[in-house]
Design a protein around this ligand. Structure first.
Ligand code: IMP
Ligand code: MG
Length: 179
């Protein structure tokens, strides 16, 4: 385990099994369709790549980079589009793949934006959900794990761009961000 981890919250095995289970459920819903799978950079990349490999329906892949957080662990409350989609979402069934829903600010704004651009449907699939932190009216359609209010890293998630490549989800030691 990485020295900055308090403990491992979700192991590689737990992640693999649950991501497969959720992907297979989503796959059934899109039978006969051709969804655009939108990954939110960079936190969702590992979840995204594991998720799409369990889909059997044809999909198109696209990505967006947004920031609602500054460099630290506290939300800045402003959605900034750093990289927009390549594809036009008009008339498309969109699956947003996100790493974690915290306050809900990012996804509430993104979902509204994609619907405004004419998407036929927007489904939210998230790896992690911090229900207790919600400030905006948004819920995931599919959620792999509900977690407590703790700052987690790994499997794509970062703290100051660090730890994304850890293969598990770990709880970051408070001493790392409180010093
Ligand atoms: P929201 O807009 O408040 O829902 O924040 C969502 C974003 O905050 C996620 O996409 C993450 O980038 C970041 N975030 C929230 N909680 C954590 C965490 O525990 N670890 C790492 N990133 C987090
Ligand atoms: Mg993120």
């Amino acid at each position: 385990m990485h020295k900055d981890c308090e403990r491992i919250m979700l192991s590689e095995e737990q992640l693999r099994a649950r991501v497969k289970e959720i992907a297979m459920q989503v796959d059934k819903v899109y039978e006969g369709k051709f969804p655009l799978v939108v990954g939110i950079l960079k936190g969702s990349i590992i979840f995204y790549s594991d998720f799409i490999r369990h889909l059997t329906v044809p999909v198109e892949l696209d990505f967006m980079a947004v920031s609602s957080y500054g460099s630290g662990a506290v939300s800045s409350g402003k959605l900034n589009i750093k990289k927009d989609l390549d594809k036009d979402v008009k008339g498309r069934d969109v699956i947003i793949v996100e790493d974690i829903i915290d306050s809900g600010f990012t996804l509430a704004n993104l979902k509204a934006l994609l619907l405004e651009r004419g998407a036929s449907s927007v489904m939210i699939v998230t790896l992690l959900n911090k229900e207790g932190r919600r400030e905006y009216d948004i819920e995931p359609d599919y959620n792999c794990f509900d977690i407590e209010n703790e700052f987690v890293i790994g499997y794509g998630l970062d703290y100051n761009e660090m730890y994304r490549s850890l293969p598990y989800i770990g709880i970051l030691k408070r001493s790392v961000y409180e010093k």
